[in-house]
Design a protein around this ligand. Structure first.
Ligand code: DMJ
Length: 457
């Protein structure tokens, strides 16, 4: 009897030991795969950066095929180095960080007689500088961000407090009184961080006033439209949707609440999210989407969904609405795999492509990553891998990465937006990166994927 027990014990021990070895082997091969992919994403990032440094050093962005660069305005604002820095930090790319810092501290100057689009400069440049300051600690990043913030403040001097679209960095002259919710509200994180890090509340206060003014002009059913006049406060275009010109207005209400704990933002978000779920969400035979509706009546006006709209999956995750996030993800993946890369917009009732280009936008990958982060469901990991592989396959050229003019023919479009570095590569990397590279639970990413950390009580 004692002998049988001993044999049984030995057998059990052997099985247990065997299982341990198998699990350890599986874990280590998963780790190998992650390391391999993390290296591949870094290599892709460096290839893009090398193209910038080789052909466009000091300019805003690169055209890798023509082997030249270009600026957005009459002078460069170093869009690519500033936008790329936080990703370099997350990837631990010391040499490239040094190159970007050298450019930024020797060349970036805002004292220029030049009109800029306040929203884009806030999310890319101010957001990039503030995040770089928090990640790297060099006070010159914060000084630059503050200088820029001061120069952009005149935008808020409208009759309603909603900001003008454009401002001259030297003279402070403003223009563009027809604007949209995104360009009104999607700087709240950046201006809020500037207030927190400099101790000057004016930036957040001014920006929040514009956000509240927009919220106060929501329709009776809780939606905002596409265009508004900031002096009369009248809506100019009443089309409601989640796409460009509205998107990050909603995103920042939730993220602002998460980062700053501002209860007003949560209240606004709670009202809007119900209206979005009721009037924009569309559960149809081709999948679960968010379409277009009239902001007053909620009547469906278009069954259009696009690459930009994909951001909402990440927002749903942050709101812990995983049921809707998972349903939307199925549609996002369907759109991505329609041709092998996602088109800019489709009509989801016919599944016809409306806009055929792909700008290497991040939003689909972003939402896939958030779902993977929160659920650890391997299907999202596989989807992320596939998205990265398709960028490698279709957007890569000999000396860099370029956008795609037509996802049906995969014709190349010789330009590369700075968000390739700030966002697309960062989200791709995070799928495979070690956990301490960037923990989503310890920061809030701005709409350009620059991490902001809550460093105050
Ligand atoms: C980025 O500049 C930001 O993500 C913005 O919110 C939307 N458009 C691009 C990326 O597609």
């Amino acid at each position: 009897m004692i002998q049988i027990k001993l044999v049984m014990k030995t057998l059990l021990l052997m099985v247990g030991f065997g299982l341990l070895i198998v699990t350890a082997q599986a874990r280590s091969s998963k780790q190998d795969e992650n390391e391999k992919y993390a290296e591949r994403v870094k290599t892709a990032f460096i290839k893009g950066w090398t193209a910038y440094m080789g052909y466009a050093k000091g300019q805003d962005a690169v055209n890798p095929i023509a082997k030249k660069g270009h600026n957005w305005y009459s002078h460069s604002l170093l869009m690519t180095p500033v936008d790329a820095f936080s990703t370099m930090h997350v990837m631990g790319l010391k040499k490239e960080m040094g190159e970007a810092k050298q450019l930024i501290f020797s060349q970036l100057n805002f004292d220029i007689d030049m009109e800029i689009q306040q929203f884009e400069i806030a999310i890319r440049i101010m957001g990039g500088l503030l995040s770089a300051y928090q990640l790297d600690g060099d006070p010159r990043f914060l000084q630059l961000a503050e200088d820029l913030g001061k120069r952009m403040l005149p935008v808020f001097e409208s009759k309603t407090g909603m900001p003008y679209r454009l401002v001259n960095l030297k003279t402070g002259a403003v223009s563009g009184e027809i604007t949209n919710p995104c360009e009104i509200g999607s700087m709240l994180l950046e201006y809020g961080m500037l207030s927190k890090l400099t101790g000057n509340p004016i930036y957040y206060e001014k920006c929040k006033r514009g956000v509240v003014a927009t919220f106060d002009r929501r329709s009776k059913i809780g939606l905002v439209g596409t265009e508004i006049n900031i002096n009369t406060g009248e809506w100019v275009n009443k089309s409601a949707h989640l796409s460009g010109r509205i998107d990050a207005y909603y995103e920042y209400l939730l993220k602002g609440w998460l980062l700053f704990g501002d209860k007003d933002l949560k209240r606004m978000w709670d009202i809007h999210k119900k209206a979005i779920a009721k009037y924009l969400a569309d559960d149809v035979s081709s999948g679960f989407w968010y379409g277009y509706a009239d902001m007053d009546t909620g009547v469906r006006t278009a069954t259009r969904f696009g690459a930009l709209d994909c951001f909402y999956g990440a927002v749903l995750c942050l709101d812990r609405n995983f049921k809707s996030a998972k349903k939307l993800q199925q549609s996002i993946y369907k759109m991505w795999t329609l041709k092998g890369l996602e088109p800019e917009t489709i009509d989801y009732s016919s599944m016809n492509i409306i806009d055929k280009y792909y700008m290497i936008r991040p939003e689909a990958i972003e939402s896939t990553y958030y779902l993977w982060h929160y659920t650890k469901d391997p299907q999202y990991f596989e989807q992320g891998k596939q998205m990265f592989e398709s960028i490698e396959k279709y957007c890569q050229v000999d000396n860099g990465y370029v956008q795609i003019r037509n996802v049906e023919t995969m014709e190349k479009w010789d330009t590369l937006e700075s968000f390739f570095f700030a966002e697309t590569m960062k989200y791709c990397y995070l799928f495979f990166a070690p956990k301490d590279a960037l923990d989503l639970d310890k920061c809030v990413l701005n709409t350009e994927a620059h991490p902001f950390f809550k460093t105050w009580k």
